[in-house]
Design a protein around this ligand. Sequence first.
Ligand code: AMP
Ligand code: DBH
Length: 556
Amino acid sequence: MSSQPPQQEAGVLEGCPMWPEEFARRYREAGYWRGETFGQVLRERAERHGERTALVAGTERWSYRELDARADQLAAGFRALGIRPRDRVVVQLPNIAEFYEVCFALFRLGALPVFALPAHRSAEITYFCAFTEAVAYIIPDRHVGFDYRTLAEQVRGTVPTLRHVIVAGDAGPFTALSRLYADSPAETWEGPRASDVAFFQLSGGSTGVPKLIPRTHDDYIYSVRASAEICQLDGSSVYLCALPAAHNFPMSSPGVFGTLYAGGTAVLAMHPSPDVAFPLIERERVTITALVPPLAMIWLEAAKARRHDLSSLRVLQVGGAKFSIEAAQRVRPTLGCTLQQVFGMAEGLVNYTRLDDPEELIVTTQGRPISSDDEICVVDEDGREVAPGETGQLLTRGPYTIRGYYKAETHNARAFTSDGFYCTGDLVRVTPEGYLVVEGRAKDQINRGGEKVAAEEVENHLLAHPAVHDAAVVAMPDPFLGERTCAFVIPRETRPTAATLTAFLRERGLAAYKIPDRIELVDTFPQTGVGKVSKKALREALAKSSSRNATPTRSN
Ligand code: AMP
Ligand code: DBH
Protein backbone atom coordinates (compact mmCIF):
# COMPACT_ATOMS: atom_id res chain seq x y z
CA MET A 1 0.00 0.00 0.00
CA SER A 2 1.61 3.24 -1.11
CA SER A 3 1.32 6.40 0.92
CA GLN A 4 -0.86 9.09 -0.65
CA PRO A 5 -2.25 11.77 1.60
CA PRO A 6 -5.71 12.99 0.57
CA GLN A 7 -5.49 15.82 -1.91
CA GLN A 8 -7.19 19.16 -1.80
CA GLU A 9 -8.26 19.93 -5.36
CA ALA A 10 -8.25 23.53 -6.41
CA GLY A 11 -11.70 25.01 -5.91
CA VAL A 12 -12.90 22.24 -3.61
CA LEU A 13 -14.53 23.29 -0.36
CA GLU A 14 -11.85 23.73 2.28
CA GLY A 15 -11.67 20.96 4.85
CA CYS A 16 -13.05 18.23 2.55
CA PRO A 17 -10.44 15.64 1.62
CA MET A 18 -11.12 14.42 -1.92
CA TRP A 19 -10.02 11.44 -4.03
CA PRO A 20 -6.52 11.70 -5.49
CA GLU A 21 -6.64 12.60 -9.20
CA GLU A 22 -5.64 9.12 -10.42
CA PHE A 23 -8.65 7.62 -8.57
CA ALA A 24 -11.02 10.34 -9.75
CA ARG A 25 -9.88 9.70 -13.34
CA ARG A 26 -10.37 5.95 -12.93
CA TYR A 27 -13.90 6.38 -11.52
CA ARG A 28 -14.81 8.71 -14.38
CA GLU A 29 -13.35 6.40 -17.03
CA ALA A 30 -15.20 3.42 -15.56
CA GLY A 31 -18.45 5.37 -16.00
CA TYR A 32 -19.25 5.64 -12.30
CA TRP A 33 -18.94 9.40 -12.17
CA ARG A 34 -20.88 10.82 -15.08
CA GLY A 35 -20.66 14.52 -14.40
CA GLU A 36 -24.35 14.81 -13.46
CA THR A 37 -25.65 16.97 -10.61
CA PHE A 38 -28.83 16.35 -8.61
CA GLY A 39 -30.40 19.50 -10.02
CA GLN A 40 -29.84 18.23 -13.56
CA VAL A 41 -31.18 14.75 -12.79
CA LEU A 42 -34.47 16.17 -11.53
CA ARG A 43 -34.77 18.51 -14.53
CA GLU A 44 -34.21 15.65 -16.94
CA ARG A 45 -36.84 13.48 -15.20
CA ALA A 46 -39.34 16.35 -15.21
CA GLU A 47 -38.79 16.79 -18.95
CA ARG A 48 -39.09 13.06 -19.64
CA HIS A 49 -42.11 12.20 -17.51
CA GLY A 50 -43.36 15.41 -15.95
CA GLU A 51 -46.90 14.24 -15.18
CA ARG A 52 -45.88 11.15 -13.24
CA THR A 53 -46.25 11.32 -9.45
CA ALA A 54 -42.89 11.91 -7.82
CA LEU A 55 -43.95 12.37 -4.18
CA VAL A 56 -46.92 11.48 -2.03
CA ALA A 57 -46.98 12.94 1.48
CA GLY A 58 -50.04 13.53 3.61
CA THR A 59 -52.53 15.20 1.31
CA GLU A 60 -49.82 16.34 -1.12
CA ARG A 61 -49.21 14.60 -4.46
CA TRP A 62 -46.50 16.27 -6.50
CA SER A 63 -45.70 15.39 -10.07
CA TYR A 64 -42.10 15.49 -11.31
CA ARG A 65 -42.90 18.76 -13.07
CA GLU A 66 -44.25 20.24 -9.86
CA LEU A 67 -41.28 19.16 -7.76
CA ASP A 68 -38.92 20.52 -10.40
CA ALA A 69 -40.72 23.88 -10.59
CA ARG A 70 -40.95 24.22 -6.82
CA ALA A 71 -37.22 23.50 -6.47
CA ASP A 72 -36.47 26.25 -9.00
CA GLN A 73 -38.74 28.74 -7.26
CA LEU A 74 -37.27 27.96 -3.86
CA ALA A 75 -33.70 28.18 -5.18
CA ALA A 76 -34.54 31.68 -6.42
CA GLY A 77 -36.09 32.49 -3.05
CA PHE A 78 -33.09 31.22 -1.10
CA ARG A 79 -30.85 33.23 -3.38
CA ALA A 80 -32.92 36.37 -2.80
CA LEU A 81 -32.45 35.84 0.96
CA GLY A 82 -28.73 36.02 0.34
CA ILE A 83 -27.88 32.32 0.52
CA ARG A 84 -24.89 31.68 -1.74
CA PRO A 85 -23.19 28.66 -3.31
CA ARG A 86 -21.23 26.69 -0.67
CA ASP A 87 -23.10 28.30 2.22
CA ARG A 88 -24.03 25.65 4.74
CA VAL A 89 -27.70 25.21 5.65
CA VAL A 90 -28.73 22.90 8.51
CA VAL A 91 -31.87 21.06 7.40
CA GLN A 92 -33.91 19.36 10.12
CA LEU A 93 -37.17 18.29 8.53
CA PRO A 94 -39.35 15.23 9.11
CA ASN A 95 -40.92 13.10 6.37
CA ILE A 96 -42.79 15.87 4.59
CA ALA A 97 -42.76 16.74 0.89
CA GLU A 98 -40.95 20.01 1.65
CA PHE A 99 -37.87 18.01 2.63
CA TYR A 100 -37.21 17.22 -1.04
CA GLU A 101 -38.00 20.60 -2.57
CA VAL A 102 -35.59 22.11 -0.03
CA CYS A 103 -32.91 19.54 -0.93
CA PHE A 104 -33.20 20.11 -4.66
CA ALA A 105 -33.42 23.89 -4.26
CA LEU A 106 -30.21 23.92 -2.23
CA PHE A 107 -28.55 21.52 -4.69
CA ARG A 108 -29.44 23.81 -7.60
CA LEU A 109 -28.16 26.81 -5.71
CA GLY A 110 -24.97 24.96 -4.83
CA ALA A 111 -25.63 25.65 -1.13
CA LEU A 112 -24.87 22.70 1.10
CA PRO A 113 -27.50 21.01 3.29
CA VAL A 114 -26.28 19.55 6.56
CA PHE A 115 -28.76 16.75 7.27
CA ALA A 116 -29.78 16.72 10.93
CA LEU A 117 -32.29 14.18 12.28
CA PRO A 118 -35.65 15.25 13.75
CA ALA A 119 -34.51 13.69 17.06
CA HIS A 120 -31.58 16.08 17.43
CA ARG A 121 -31.87 18.79 20.04
CA SER A 122 -29.92 21.91 21.02
CA ALA A 123 -26.66 20.09 21.85
CA GLU A 124 -26.41 18.60 18.37
CA ILE A 125 -27.99 21.43 16.37
CA THR A 126 -25.91 24.14 18.00
CA TYR A 127 -22.82 22.11 17.23
CA PHE A 128 -23.77 21.53 13.56
CA CYS A 129 -24.61 25.20 13.03
CA ALA A 130 -21.48 26.48 14.76
CA PHE A 131 -19.07 23.94 13.30
CA THR A 132 -20.25 24.40 9.72
CA GLU A 133 -20.78 28.18 10.19
CA ALA A 134 -24.28 27.68 8.83
CA VAL A 135 -26.14 30.73 7.51
CA ALA A 136 -29.59 29.16 7.70
CA TYR A 137 -31.51 26.53 9.66
CA ILE A 138 -34.66 24.95 8.19
CA ILE A 139 -37.24 23.36 10.50
CA PRO A 140 -40.88 22.31 10.73
CA ASP A 141 -43.06 24.32 13.12
CA ARG A 142 -43.95 21.32 15.27
CA HIS A 143 -43.40 17.62 14.91
CA VAL A 144 -44.33 14.77 17.30
CA GLY A 145 -45.27 17.25 20.00
CA PHE A 146 -42.03 19.22 19.82
CA ASP A 147 -41.85 22.89 18.84
CA TYR A 148 -38.75 23.36 16.70
CA ARG A 149 -39.14 27.14 16.80
CA THR A 150 -38.17 27.14 20.49
CA LEU A 151 -35.07 25.15 19.62
CA ALA A 152 -34.29 27.59 16.79
CA GLU A 153 -34.63 30.51 19.21
CA GLN A 154 -31.98 28.94 21.45
CA VAL A 155 -29.63 28.09 18.62
CA ARG A 156 -29.90 31.50 17.00
CA GLY A 157 -28.88 33.13 20.23
CA THR A 158 -25.58 31.25 20.29
CA VAL A 159 -24.48 30.94 16.65
CA PRO A 160 -23.54 34.33 15.18
CA THR A 161 -23.31 33.12 11.54
CA LEU A 162 -26.95 31.97 11.54
CA ARG A 163 -28.87 34.65 9.65
CA HIS A 164 -32.09 32.82 8.80
CA VAL A 165 -34.44 30.38 10.44
CA ILE A 166 -36.85 29.07 7.81
CA VAL A 167 -39.98 27.24 8.88
CA ALA A 168 -42.18 24.76 7.02
CA GLY A 169 -45.59 25.61 8.48
CA ASP A 170 -46.45 28.36 10.95
CA ALA A 171 -43.28 30.46 11.04
CA GLY A 172 -43.93 32.45 14.21
CA PRO A 173 -41.14 35.06 14.42
CA PHE A 174 -39.14 33.41 11.62
CA THR A 175 -39.23 33.21 7.81
CA ALA A 176 -42.00 31.06 6.31
CA LEU A 177 -40.78 28.60 3.67
CA SER A 178 -44.08 29.14 1.83
CA ARG A 179 -43.22 32.82 1.26
CA LEU A 180 -39.91 32.14 -0.40
CA TYR A 181 -41.11 30.82 -3.75
CA ALA A 182 -39.99 33.35 -6.36
CA ASP A 183 -41.25 33.10 -9.93
CA SER A 184 -38.04 34.14 -11.56
CA PRO A 185 -34.64 34.58 -9.99
CA ALA A 186 -33.54 38.17 -9.44
CA GLU A 187 -30.10 37.16 -10.65
CA THR A 188 -28.52 34.12 -12.21
CA TRP A 189 -25.71 32.07 -10.76
CA GLU A 190 -23.40 29.34 -11.86
CA GLY A 191 -24.69 25.94 -10.73
CA PRO A 192 -22.44 23.49 -8.91
CA ARG A 193 -20.09 21.10 -10.67
CA ALA A 194 -20.65 17.37 -10.34
CA SER A 195 -17.33 17.03 -8.55
CA ASP A 196 -18.41 19.55 -5.89
CA VAL A 197 -19.58 18.60 -2.44
CA ALA A 198 -23.39 18.47 -2.58
CA PHE A 199 -24.22 18.11 1.14
CA PHE A 200 -23.10 16.77 4.49
CA GLN A 201 -24.39 13.57 6.01
CA LEU A 202 -23.81 12.76 9.68
CA SER A 203 -21.81 9.90 11.03
CA GLY A 204 -23.07 7.95 14.02
CA GLY A 205 -19.41 8.03 14.92
CA SER A 206 -17.55 7.09 18.04
CA THR A 207 -16.02 10.43 19.00
CA GLY A 208 -16.94 13.29 21.34
CA VAL A 209 -18.76 15.20 18.63
CA PRO A 210 -20.54 13.85 15.52
CA LYS A 211 -18.47 13.92 12.35
CA LEU A 212 -19.68 15.45 9.09
CA ILE A 213 -19.46 13.52 5.86
CA PRO A 214 -18.96 15.49 2.63
CA ARG A 215 -20.62 13.76 -0.34
CA THR A 216 -20.22 14.96 -3.92
CA HIS A 217 -22.87 14.90 -6.66
CA ASP A 218 -20.68 12.50 -8.64
CA ASP A 219 -20.13 9.95 -5.92
CA TYR A 220 -23.60 10.02 -4.37
CA ILE A 221 -25.44 9.88 -7.68
CA TYR A 222 -23.36 6.84 -8.59
CA SER A 223 -24.35 5.05 -5.37
CA VAL A 224 -27.99 6.04 -5.87
CA ARG A 225 -28.08 4.94 -9.54
CA ALA A 226 -26.36 1.62 -8.85
CA SER A 227 -28.60 1.00 -5.83
CA ALA A 228 -31.70 1.62 -7.94
CA GLU A 229 -30.41 -0.92 -10.46
CA ILE A 230 -29.64 -3.53 -7.80
CA CYS A 231 -33.14 -3.08 -6.37
CA GLN A 232 -34.62 -3.22 -9.90
CA LEU A 233 -36.42 0.09 -9.57
CA ASP A 234 -38.22 1.54 -12.57
CA GLY A 235 -41.08 3.90 -13.37
CA SER A 236 -43.60 1.54 -11.79
CA SER A 237 -41.78 1.32 -8.43
CA VAL A 238 -43.41 2.80 -5.35
CA TYR A 239 -40.99 3.32 -2.45
CA LEU A 240 -42.27 3.91 1.07
CA CYS A 241 -40.01 6.15 3.14
CA ALA A 242 -40.83 5.14 6.71
CA LEU A 243 -37.44 5.81 8.34
CA PRO A 244 -36.39 9.44 8.88
CA ALA A 245 -35.92 10.97 5.41
CA ALA A 246 -32.59 12.57 6.33
CA HIS A 247 -30.95 9.25 7.13
CA ASN A 248 -28.58 7.92 4.51
CA PHE A 249 -30.43 4.58 4.18
CA PRO A 250 -33.89 5.88 3.09
CA MET A 251 -32.21 8.72 1.22
CA SER A 252 -29.94 6.71 -1.02
CA SER A 253 -30.03 2.94 -0.62
CA PRO A 254 -31.86 3.34 -3.01
CA GLY A 255 -34.28 5.40 -0.95
CA VAL A 256 -36.21 8.37 -2.21
CA PHE A 257 -33.35 9.69 -4.36
CA GLY A 258 -32.98 6.27 -6.02
CA THR A 259 -36.73 6.17 -6.67
CA LEU A 260 -36.71 9.64 -8.23
CA TYR A 261 -33.65 8.65 -10.26
CA ALA A 262 -35.61 5.69 -11.64
CA GLY A 263 -38.75 7.77 -12.31
CA GLY A 264 -40.84 5.97 -9.66
CA THR A 265 -43.05 7.31 -6.88
CA ALA A 266 -41.91 7.97 -3.31
CA VAL A 267 -44.50 7.82 -0.54
CA LEU A 268 -43.63 9.40 2.81
CA ALA A 269 -44.86 8.00 6.11
CA MET A 270 -44.84 10.42 9.03
CA HIS A 271 -44.30 7.46 11.36
CA PRO A 272 -42.93 3.95 10.68
CA SER A 273 -45.53 2.09 12.77
CA PRO A 274 -47.79 -0.48 11.04
CA ASP A 275 -50.79 1.72 11.91
CA VAL A 276 -49.47 4.42 9.63
CA ALA A 277 -47.45 2.41 7.11
CA PHE A 278 -49.81 -0.49 6.33
CA PRO A 279 -52.73 1.67 5.12
CA LEU A 280 -50.25 3.59 2.93
CA ILE A 281 -48.87 0.36 1.44
CA GLU A 282 -52.41 -0.76 0.64
CA ARG A 283 -53.57 2.58 -0.78
CA GLU A 284 -50.47 3.45 -2.82
CA ARG A 285 -49.56 -0.14 -3.82
CA VAL A 286 -46.07 0.24 -2.35
CA THR A 287 -43.51 -2.13 -3.88
CA ILE A 288 -40.43 -1.57 -1.70
CA THR A 289 -39.55 -0.11 1.69
CA ALA A 290 -36.71 0.03 4.20
CA LEU A 291 -36.66 -0.64 7.93
CA VAL A 292 -34.26 -1.09 10.83
CA PRO A 293 -34.44 -4.52 12.57
CA PRO A 294 -36.65 -3.58 15.58
CA LEU A 295 -39.25 -2.09 13.23
CA ALA A 296 -39.08 -5.09 10.94
CA MET A 297 -39.93 -7.27 13.95
CA ILE A 298 -42.91 -5.06 14.81
CA TRP A 299 -44.11 -5.25 11.20
CA LEU A 300 -43.77 -9.04 11.16
CA GLU A 301 -45.97 -9.29 14.26
CA ALA A 302 -48.54 -6.80 12.95
CA ALA A 303 -48.74 -8.41 9.50
CA LYS A 304 -50.05 -11.63 11.02
CA ALA A 305 -53.38 -9.89 11.69
CA ARG A 306 -53.77 -9.47 7.90
CA ARG A 307 -55.96 -6.42 8.23
CA HIS A 308 -54.35 -4.71 5.26
CA ASP A 309 -53.53 -5.83 1.76
CA LEU A 310 -49.73 -5.82 1.61
CA SER A 311 -49.57 -7.93 -1.54
CA SER A 312 -47.99 -5.15 -3.63
CA LEU A 313 -44.81 -5.32 -1.50
CA ARG A 314 -42.00 -7.03 -3.40
CA VAL A 315 -38.95 -6.10 -1.34
CA LEU A 316 -38.46 -5.42 2.36
CA GLN A 317 -35.03 -3.95 3.01
CA VAL A 318 -33.61 -4.29 6.50
CA GLY A 319 -30.40 -2.61 7.62
CA GLY A 320 -28.73 -0.20 10.01
CA ALA A 321 -28.06 -2.92 12.56
CA LYS A 322 -27.71 -6.68 12.43
CA PHE A 323 -30.94 -8.52 11.64
CA SER A 324 -31.19 -11.88 13.42
CA ILE A 325 -31.35 -14.99 11.26
CA GLU A 326 -34.56 -16.06 13.03
CA ALA A 327 -36.35 -12.83 12.16
CA ALA A 328 -34.87 -12.82 8.64
CA GLN A 329 -36.33 -16.26 7.99
CA ARG A 330 -39.82 -15.02 8.82
CA VAL A 331 -39.94 -12.23 6.23
CA ARG A 332 -40.89 -14.23 3.15
CA PRO A 333 -43.47 -16.52 4.84
CA THR A 334 -45.09 -13.61 6.69
CA LEU A 335 -45.01 -10.80 4.15
CA GLY A 336 -44.76 -12.81 0.94
CA CYS A 337 -41.90 -10.65 -0.33
CA THR A 338 -38.13 -10.83 -0.66
CA LEU A 339 -35.96 -9.71 2.20
CA GLN A 340 -32.98 -7.61 1.22
CA GLN A 341 -30.32 -7.13 3.88
CA VAL A 342 -28.51 -3.81 3.63
CA PHE A 343 -25.26 -3.08 5.42
CA GLY A 344 -24.34 0.49 4.70
CA MET A 345 -22.78 3.59 6.13
CA ALA A 346 -23.18 7.29 5.48
CA GLU A 347 -19.43 7.40 4.78
CA GLY A 348 -20.08 5.43 1.60
CA LEU A 349 -19.88 1.64 1.18
CA VAL A 350 -23.24 -0.09 0.90
CA ASN A 351 -23.70 -3.86 0.70
CA TYR A 352 -26.87 -5.55 -0.49
CA THR A 353 -28.09 -9.09 -0.80
CA ARG A 354 -29.37 -9.35 -4.36
CA LEU A 355 -33.06 -9.90 -5.03
CA ASP A 356 -32.50 -13.22 -6.81
CA ASP A 357 -29.93 -14.59 -4.35
CA PRO A 358 -30.60 -17.99 -2.78
CA GLU A 359 -32.67 -17.61 0.42
CA GLU A 360 -29.74 -18.97 2.44
CA LEU A 361 -27.50 -16.02 1.46
CA ILE A 362 -30.30 -13.49 1.97
CA VAL A 363 -31.02 -14.74 5.46
CA THR A 364 -27.49 -15.32 6.73
CA THR A 365 -25.41 -12.49 5.24
CA GLN A 366 -25.41 -8.71 5.05
CA GLY A 367 -24.82 -8.70 1.31
CA ARG A 368 -22.00 -7.71 -0.99
CA PRO A 369 -20.78 -4.29 -2.14
CA ILE A 370 -22.50 -2.24 -4.82
CA SER A 371 -19.45 -1.92 -7.01
CA SER A 372 -16.71 -4.19 -8.30
CA ASP A 373 -14.46 -1.20 -7.58
CA ASP A 374 -15.38 -1.20 -3.88
CA GLU A 375 -12.14 -2.41 -2.33
CA ILE A 376 -12.65 -4.54 0.77
CA CYS A 377 -9.86 -5.39 3.16
CA VAL A 378 -10.34 -7.30 6.43
CA VAL A 379 -7.52 -6.76 8.93
CA ASP A 380 -6.45 -7.87 12.40
CA GLU A 381 -5.59 -5.54 15.28
CA ASP A 382 -2.14 -4.89 13.80
CA GLY A 383 -3.61 -3.89 10.46
CA ARG A 384 -2.54 -7.12 8.70
CA GLU A 385 -4.94 -8.77 6.32
CA VAL A 386 -6.60 -11.84 7.88
CA ALA A 387 -6.89 -15.23 6.16
CA PRO A 388 -9.98 -15.62 3.91
CA GLY A 389 -13.10 -16.27 5.99
CA GLU A 390 -11.53 -15.01 9.23
CA THR A 391 -13.11 -12.15 11.17
CA GLY A 392 -11.40 -8.77 11.32
CA GLN A 393 -12.01 -5.06 10.92
CA LEU A 394 -13.47 -3.97 7.60
CA LEU A 395 -11.50 -1.33 5.70
CA THR A 396 -12.85 0.01 2.44
CA ARG A 397 -12.09 2.37 -0.39
CA GLY A 398 -14.04 3.02 -3.56
CA PRO A 399 -15.95 5.30 -5.93
CA TYR A 400 -18.48 6.53 -3.35
CA THR A 401 -16.62 6.15 -0.05
CA ILE A 402 -15.26 9.40 1.36
CA ARG A 403 -11.55 10.06 1.86
CA GLY A 404 -12.05 12.07 5.05
CA TYR A 405 -14.55 13.83 7.31
CA TYR A 406 -15.12 17.59 7.09
CA LYS A 407 -12.53 19.65 8.98
CA ALA A 408 -11.29 16.72 11.05
CA GLU A 409 -7.61 16.38 10.24
CA THR A 410 -6.56 14.69 13.47
CA HIS A 411 -9.45 12.24 13.49
CA ASN A 412 -9.02 11.53 9.77
CA ALA A 413 -5.44 10.43 10.41
CA ARG A 414 -6.88 7.64 12.58
CA ALA A 415 -10.12 6.86 10.75
CA PHE A 416 -8.43 6.50 7.33
CA THR A 417 -5.29 4.60 6.41
CA SER A 418 -2.47 6.49 4.71
CA ASP A 419 -3.64 5.08 1.38
CA GLY A 420 -7.20 6.23 1.80
CA PHE A 421 -9.10 3.23 3.18
CA TYR A 422 -11.91 4.12 5.59
CA CYS A 423 -11.64 2.11 8.84
CA THR A 424 -15.28 1.21 9.41
CA GLY A 425 -14.89 -0.10 12.98
CA ASP A 426 -17.07 -3.06 11.94
CA LEU A 427 -15.87 -6.62 12.50
CA VAL A 428 -16.80 -8.75 9.51
CA ARG A 429 -15.95 -11.95 7.72
CA VAL A 430 -16.23 -12.60 4.01
CA THR A 431 -18.02 -15.79 2.89
CA PRO A 432 -16.73 -17.93 0.00
CA GLU A 433 -19.37 -16.21 -2.19
CA GLY A 434 -17.82 -12.83 -1.35
CA TYR A 435 -20.67 -11.75 0.94
CA LEU A 436 -20.06 -9.93 4.22
CA VAL A 437 -21.28 -11.11 7.60
CA VAL A 438 -21.17 -8.50 10.38
CA GLU A 439 -19.75 -10.22 13.46
CA GLY A 440 -19.31 -7.31 15.84
CA ARG A 441 -17.75 -3.92 16.30
CA ALA A 442 -14.36 -2.50 17.18
CA LYS A 443 -15.57 1.08 17.57
CA ASP A 444 -16.70 2.65 20.84
CA GLN A 445 -20.31 2.97 19.78
CA ILE A 446 -23.68 1.57 20.76
CA ASN A 447 -26.01 0.55 17.94
CA ARG A 448 -29.44 1.05 19.46
CA GLY A 449 -31.57 -0.67 16.83
CA GLY A 450 -29.95 1.29 14.01
CA GLU A 451 -29.58 4.54 15.98
CA LYS A 452 -25.89 5.00 16.63
CA VAL A 453 -24.69 6.41 19.95
CA ALA A 454 -21.05 7.44 20.33
CA ALA A 455 -19.97 6.47 23.85
CA GLU A 456 -17.55 9.36 24.21
CA GLU A 457 -20.18 11.94 23.31
CA VAL A 458 -22.50 10.78 26.10
CA GLU A 459 -19.60 10.39 28.55
CA ASN A 460 -18.55 13.99 27.93
CA HIS A 461 -22.04 15.23 28.71
CA LEU A 462 -22.17 13.17 31.91
CA LEU A 463 -18.75 14.49 32.97
CA ALA A 464 -20.16 18.01 32.83
CA HIS A 465 -22.33 17.20 35.87
CA PRO A 466 -20.68 18.45 39.10
CA ALA A 467 -21.46 15.21 40.97
CA VAL A 468 -19.85 12.98 38.31
CA HIS A 469 -16.22 12.03 38.76
CA ASP A 470 -15.99 9.63 35.80
CA ALA A 471 -18.30 7.95 33.28
CA ALA A 472 -18.14 5.00 30.89
CA VAL A 473 -20.93 4.18 28.46
CA VAL A 474 -21.28 0.65 27.08
CA ALA A 475 -23.77 -1.47 25.17
CA MET A 476 -25.99 -3.98 26.93
CA PRO A 477 -27.73 -6.70 24.96
CA ASP A 478 -31.44 -6.19 24.36
CA PRO A 479 -33.85 -8.63 22.72
CA PHE A 480 -35.76 -5.86 20.93
CA LEU A 481 -33.22 -3.17 19.99
CA GLY A 482 -30.22 -5.50 19.83
CA GLU A 483 -28.40 -3.17 22.18
CA ARG A 484 -29.24 -0.49 24.67
CA THR A 485 -26.94 1.93 26.47
CA CYS A 486 -25.72 1.64 30.01
CA ALA A 487 -23.70 4.40 31.67
CA PHE A 488 -21.42 3.45 34.54
CA VAL A 489 -20.78 6.50 36.70
CA ILE A 490 -18.29 7.08 39.53
CA PRO A 491 -19.85 9.79 41.70
CA ARG A 492 -18.08 12.45 43.72
CA GLU A 493 -19.03 12.87 47.43
CA THR A 494 -22.69 13.59 46.68
CA ARG A 495 -24.30 10.66 44.90
CA PRO A 496 -26.60 11.77 42.06
CA THR A 497 -29.62 9.60 41.27
CA ALA A 498 -30.11 8.09 37.82
CA ALA A 499 -33.14 10.35 37.39
CA THR A 500 -31.07 13.47 38.18
CA LEU A 501 -28.47 12.54 35.60
CA THR A 502 -31.06 11.73 32.96
CA ALA A 503 -32.79 15.06 33.55
CA PHE A 504 -29.41 16.78 33.34
CA LEU A 505 -28.68 15.23 29.92
CA ARG A 506 -32.08 16.24 28.62
CA GLU A 507 -31.53 19.77 29.87
CA ARG A 508 -28.25 19.91 28.00
CA GLY A 509 -30.27 19.29 24.85
CA LEU A 510 -29.05 15.80 24.01
CA ALA A 511 -31.22 13.81 21.56
CA ALA A 512 -33.47 11.38 23.45
CA TYR A 513 -32.00 8.27 21.80
CA LYS A 514 -28.60 9.09 23.32
CA ILE A 515 -29.90 9.29 26.91
CA PRO A 516 -28.65 6.13 28.71
CA ASP A 517 -31.27 3.42 29.16
CA ARG A 518 -29.66 2.47 32.43
CA ILE A 519 -27.29 4.24 34.82
CA GLU A 520 -25.20 2.34 37.37
CA LEU A 521 -23.26 4.11 40.13
CA VAL A 522 -19.99 2.35 40.93
CA ASP A 523 -16.89 3.06 43.02
CA THR A 524 -14.28 2.16 40.42
CA PHE A 525 -13.97 0.95 36.84
CA PRO A 526 -12.27 -2.30 35.97
CA GLN A 527 -8.99 -1.61 34.18
CA THR A 528 -7.10 -3.14 31.32
CA GLY A 529 -3.47 -4.19 31.63
CA VAL A 530 -2.33 -0.70 30.62
CA GLY A 531 -4.63 1.05 33.06
CA LYS A 532 -7.44 2.08 30.68
CA VAL A 533 -11.10 1.57 31.53
CA SER A 534 -11.99 -1.95 30.44
CA LYS A 535 -15.30 -1.62 28.66
CA LYS A 536 -15.16 -5.31 27.91
CA ALA A 537 -15.17 -6.05 31.66
CA LEU A 538 -18.02 -3.57 32.17
CA ARG A 539 -20.08 -5.28 29.48
CA GLU A 540 -19.36 -8.66 31.07
CA ALA A 541 -20.39 -7.34 34.48
CA LEU A 542 -23.65 -6.21 32.93
CA ALA A 543 -24.29 -9.57 31.35
CA LYS A 544 -23.81 -11.19 34.78
CA SER A 545 -25.89 -8.74 36.81
CA SER A 546 -29.49 -9.91 37.07
CA SER A 547 -32.34 -7.73 35.89
CA ARG A 548 -33.34 -7.41 39.58
CA ASN A 549 -30.42 -5.03 40.07
CA ALA A 550 -31.15 -3.02 36.97
CA THR A 551 -31.98 0.65 37.32
CA PRO A 552 -33.82 1.33 34.10
CA THR A 553 -34.22 5.01 33.45
CA ARG A 554 -36.96 4.56 30.88
CA SER A 555 -38.88 1.76 29.34
CA ASN A 556 -38.65 2.18 25.56
P1 AMP B 1 -22.99 5.44 10.12
O1 AMP B 1 -21.50 5.36 9.95
O2 AMP B 1 -23.44 6.28 11.24
O3 AMP B 1 -23.69 5.74 8.85
O4 AMP B 1 -23.48 3.98 10.56
C1 AMP B 1 -23.10 2.90 9.78
C2 AMP B 1 -22.86 1.72 10.67
O5 AMP B 1 -24.10 1.07 10.97
C3 AMP B 1 -22.01 0.64 10.06
O6 AMP B 1 -20.65 0.94 10.10
C4 AMP B 1 -22.40 -0.54 10.93
O7 AMP B 1 -21.74 -0.47 12.17
C5 AMP B 1 -23.88 -0.32 11.18
N1 AMP B 1 -24.72 -1.09 10.24
C6 AMP B 1 -25.38 -0.62 9.17
N2 AMP B 1 -26.07 -1.60 8.55
C7 AMP B 1 -25.84 -2.73 9.25
C8 AMP B 1 -26.26 -4.10 9.11
N3 AMP B 1 -27.09 -4.49 8.13
N4 AMP B 1 -25.80 -5.00 10.01
C9 AMP B 1 -24.98 -4.62 11.01
N5 AMP B 1 -24.54 -3.35 11.19
C10 AMP B 1 -24.98 -2.41 10.33
O1 DBH C 1 -26.74 2.41 9.12
C1 DBH C 1 -26.49 3.09 8.12
O2 DBH C 1 -25.88 4.17 8.17
C2 DBH C 1 -26.97 2.59 6.78
C3 DBH C 1 -27.65 1.38 6.69
C4 DBH C 1 -28.09 0.93 5.45
C5 DBH C 1 -26.73 3.34 5.63
O3 DBH C 1 -26.08 4.52 5.71
C6 DBH C 1 -27.18 2.88 4.39
C7 DBH C 1 -27.86 1.67 4.30
O4 DBH C 1 -26.93 3.63 3.28
